[in-house]
Write a protein that binds this ligand. Sequence first.
Ligand code: SF4
Length: 572
Amino acid sequence: MSSSTIQPAKVTRVEPGSIAAELGFEVGDAIVSINGERPRDLIDFNFLCADEELVIEVVDGAGRSHRLELEKDFDEPLGLEFETALFDGLIQCNNRCPFCFIDQQPPGKRRSLYFKDDDYRLSFLYGSYLTLTNLTEREWERIERLRLSPLYVSVHATEAAVRSRLLKNDRAGQILDQLAWFRDRRLQIHAQVVLCPGINDGVHLERTIRDLASFYNPEGAKRQAVDFDARAAGLQARSWAIADSANVAGHGIAIADPDSESDPIHNSINATGNVTDPSLAPAPETQDQDRGLAETVEGDFEPPFDGQLEGEFDGEFEDDLDEEFDEEFEGEFDESDPAPPTVTSVAIVPVGLTRFRPSEDELIPVTPAKAREVIDQVEALQAEFRQTLGSPFVWLADEWFLIGDRPLPPLEAYGDFPQIDNGVGSIRLFVDRFEAALDACSVTRVTPDRHLTWVVGNTVENAFAPLAHRLSQIPGLTVTLAPLRSRYWGQEMTVTGLLTGSDLIEQLGDRDLGDGLLLPALMLKQGELCFLDDTTVAQVAARLNTRIWIASDANDAIAHCTAPDGLNHPDA
Ligand code: SF4
């Protein structure tokens, strides 16, 4: 990546009370360099900002250059958020998967919604899945040098021909060699298989899971569990801390929108990097009167503001940064330790299809019978792996049980929920938390009487019906579950997160909704009162002539239902 493609990192939020706030940073400022080096992404930025002494070159919103100097504690974040995590642009996808949800959107949306990324930085930072088919030698080297681990890899199939058929890319057949590359460097991945009936199911699925299991070292897993490598953790925290402080998004989530808008395909996330720590409050010593940009903080450095950036940047910056990383990570791993599992977990996810998909895609929807077949197949392998690996190793997305009308596994079946953001165990966790919250609820009667309609995708009808029933046992309260399918997407079985405003308007118009709708927040684009079809919550409320309460979690839903002095103020 040439340094010429790196753009200054544009600030979208300054954490109140943070170092950046004390320095006088404002939204619209852009960081050009830190200690003379240009960060190409949030990974570089966090690594560079971990230092105790920083010289930051900034261009403000009016285009004026500033040079800021500060001292701080090691690893103290500045408290800035940026409009993107990638200052040199997204690495684009070079595959043509027939099941790609980007291609299954309705036409005529914003151009940015059709953008396909396949970027290892987003995988490391946010847990989005990537395919490894588009990495240059230099990017492979960077993954190794920075020890960007774990990454989240869409494997789909380990047989070269099957994977190439699924990704429509001849380079896709190298996956086993690539996993060996990770193994040789003691780097780890989480894997997912999007199961497409008739293509990578049956014997192909068995082969894939067994191939992946061969990259799971049970001795290394035990060692990892009982003796977490503190040296590595301490070191990696310098660059990996970013994953904790960032807007961590779910697995399987590709940030497909360079404009930082919601990605309906992957359930709405933003591509903003987020480095925050509200506990930071060093006092600035001097300030730029025009802008309030402090030039030194606890500083006794050079003259504060030099008015202009000094000179142009050249390609040496990246090399300098690489050398710094090399020094930082050199010799940090003991080769005599058992190698950790290369593939730490596998999620099997059913293919999702919409009516907007290309007609020639050769894909078949997952039927209840297919779901039960896959459950039986994978559960047999889980039982085997518990014996041989000491871990189930492979997990089924909740949708399999919902489509197959089988009971969800108990909470303990999910271990530490390694793939929860991929829809593995999230329904079980929600149901259990909801029941626990109801157990703890001390409300014995609601007044005045109220009746709410709880809207969900029809896949969770059976799992959530007992919750609505329990709520309705509280005197004065009636909660009616409204399980809907999405006609917008053309699906018979729909998860709650894909329901749109038009689905609600179309299917709830002639129903008695009682006092109003209880809507799970995951139906909406992140941070917006807007559905995936761009219908707003207010529009739905107006069209249905009702009120709407948004529930972000189980406690929120119960609080809306049982608010002591009548219903809370509605969201619409
Ligand atoms: S599913 Fe992912 S890898 Fe496949 S074409 Fe779409 S964006 Fe690319």
